[in-house]
Design a protein around this ligand. Sequence first.
Ligand SMILES: [Fe+2]
Length: 186
Amino acid sequence: MEPLQAFIADCRGRAAQCAHAAIAVEAIAPVMHRFMREAERFLKPEHLRADPDHYARNAVYIAPEQDLSLFALVWTPGQWTPIHDHGSWGVVGVLRGTLHERSYVRVDGKTGDAEIDLKPGGVFLLDPGTITSFVPNPDHIHRTGVPDNAQPVVSLHLYGRNMDSFHIYDLDARSRRRVNVAHNES
Ligand SMILES: [Fe+2]
């Protein structure tokens, strides 16, 4: 089995054995950490495509069962996600550059899509080899990207579902809505 396929199979097997998202990310994070040391050798040129208009999401693997997906994200300086949550667990590893993450905490005490009050939380600077992870309920609300004048970033994102949509938040409207997110096929 090729190393990339072996990595995916290992992650799938671990996720399948874990009843809870928090246990899954604990089991998968060390696998991702090891894989990051080798990933440059296994990623293909199509996984490293950038887009001048927005950060690029290059699919590496999407499970037919829709219960796992792996994307290589390529960030040009100045490209950021909106404030969002994933509704899923995720494990993220940084391959090149320093990925910035800004977290938000929901303080309105509700769980719906309206009357949302967000408070800015911590800021994380994630260097190559760093692994970060999240679990839903409560939602992990964050914004990720690369500041102007920084180096480009490549990061690997493994999710517990096909990450083809997520919630984006509107601070002024105090609301969130689910949007589809595009990706490049590999
Ligand atoms: Fe995210």
